[in-house]
Design a protein around this ligand. Structure first.
Ligand SMILES: [Zn+2]
Ligand SMILES: [Zn+2]
Length: 437
């Protein structure tokens, strides 16, 4: 019989530094941390499948009301305008901001819905102890799309919009805003109760006596990496397989196996350079246009921040400054530091650099904040001749920066830093030859 306690002897390796660890099952409510780089390897949640099932069902029931019901109405000088999430996307399409509309649609509607559907089906089947082959595809979809669903950022965008407009318009709140807030809470709850390692092991539905799990294998040997032990970690499901399977499909999830992410340094450089190029128009060109009595006034990201500071909204000004300027610049600078120092040298600050990488990967999504605020304002403030708000060209460039920096964090493989800074020269040869693949 399959249970959460049958995996005591399975080897695992750290996705961030490749350290080989004995795959001890952590006690319930505990997280397993990598002793070398501090990465959270996995956390145990009691009844993870059932909790995920209940939460994803709740999320699905709430999804369409949250997206379709009006969020709020703005009233000013006898004009009124209401908006829901879908309208904020359609409006961007109608105004030819396709790239921005696609980014907002993906991050606020399409991927959150796909995630909820996928995890509902997976947890339902696992709960019923049924293991159809498509579960692998669905759970892979969940793992890959998770990062691109950003409804919590959209909720912060709604709050910023309210604070921005509360002094100049009367705001009437509708049921949509409560459904959407509840949807965000449910989605965040799913990410805390889901035990991905257990899900994968259950989907695989067989005892973990695969070839990676040799008795007396080097898990207890300090600082042995998976690569040195002839093992390869799957990026998607974190299963260890023999190195002979490189460039072939993972036996568990079918994802292609690479000893390190393919061409990690060159791909990340390309994306970082793209981000740097588009950061200029994103910050120098206007991102929003306000038409007041037929006179258009365009403002850049910085103008918007200065506006908040001039009107004593320091907290909002600081949040927008952090999300729109500080985060993209920090991401680009941080990734350049990681790329430049990922070469054979003294192993300095490896743990700190890996922590910085994880922080860069975590904060990327919050840059979409200003875009969500603009998407909402364009629908909520459309009072005919009196005043209306529109997106301006920098919005497109800004979306490209967000997408490119997020992709750069995904393509960068932090294990390369550990490989290249390792003291054993044989390791350098081993890894550099894998890099060429
Ligand atoms: Zn580690
Ligand atoms: Zn896999």
């Amino acid at each position: 019989m399959y249970s959460q306690t049958t995996k005591h002897n399975t080897l695992i390796s750290c996705p961030d530094c490749d350290l080989l660890l004995s795959g001890r099952v952590a006690p319930v409510s505990h997280t397993l941390l990598c002793p070398r780089c501090g990465k959270t390897i996995g956390k145990r949640t009691a009844n993870s499948v059932l909790k995920t099932l209940v939460l994803s069902l709740t999320g699905l029931l709430m999804f369409f009301p949250a997206i379709i019901l009006p969020l709020m109405t703005f009233e000013s000088f006898g004009f009124s305008d209401s908006a829901n999430i879908l309208e904020s996307i359609v409006n961007l399409f109608l105004n030819d901001y396709f790239m921005v509309a696609i980014m907002v649609a993906i991050s606020a509607v399409l991927f959150p819905f796909a995630l909820l559907t996928a995890i509902f089906i997976v947890s339902l089947q696992l709960h019923k102890k049924r293991y159809p082959p498509y579960l692998t595809t669905l759970f892979r979809l969940y793992i890959h799309l998770e990062e691109w669903a950003m409804i919590e950022v959209y909720l912060l965008g709604i709050m910023i919009t309210i604070i921005k407009m509360v002094d100049t318009t009367e705001i009437i709140y509708h049921s949509g805003i409560f459904c959407f807030s509840a949807l965000v809470v449910v989605t965040l709850a799913i990410s805390t109760v889901i035990d991905k390692r257990f899900f994968w092991q259950t989907i695989e539905h067989k005892d973990q006596t695969h070839s990676a799990n040799k008795p007396g294998s080097p898990a207890e040997n300090n600082n042995t990496t998976a690569a040195e032990a002839g093992l390869i970690l799957c990026h998607t499901c974190h299963k260890l397989s023999p190195i002979s399977l490189e460039d072939k499909g993972c036996p568990r999830c079918g994802g292609k196996l690479h000893i390190r992410k393919a061409n990690t340094l060159s791909r990340t450089w390309a994306l970082v350079i793209t981000s740097m190029i588009f950061l200029l128009p994103a910050n120098l060109l206007p991102i929003m246009e306000v038409d007041f009595l037929g006179i258009p006034e365009r403002s850049t990201i910085l103008d918007g921040i200065i506006y908040f500071f001039q009107h004593d909204s320091y907290l909002i000004g600081l949040i927008i400054f952090t999300a729109s300027i500080l985060v993209p610049v920090f991401k680009v600078t941080g990734l350049i530091i990681l790329l430049l120092t990922s070469r054979p040298s003294a192993p300095r600050f490896l743990r700190e650099k890996t922590q910085m990488y994880r922080f860069i990967a975590f904060i990327g999504r919050w840059s979409m904040l200003d875009i969500f605020v603009i998407a909402l304002l364009t629908v909520l403030v459309d009072f005919g001749f009196l005043t209306s708000i529109h997106a301006a060209p920098a919005a497109t460039y800004f979306c490209i920066v967000v997408a490119a920096t997020m992709l750069a964090a995904i393509t960068f493989d932090p294990r390369v830093m550990w490989d290249k800074c390792g003291s054993k020269s044989k390791q350098h040869h081993k890894i550099s030859s894998f890099q060429k693949e």
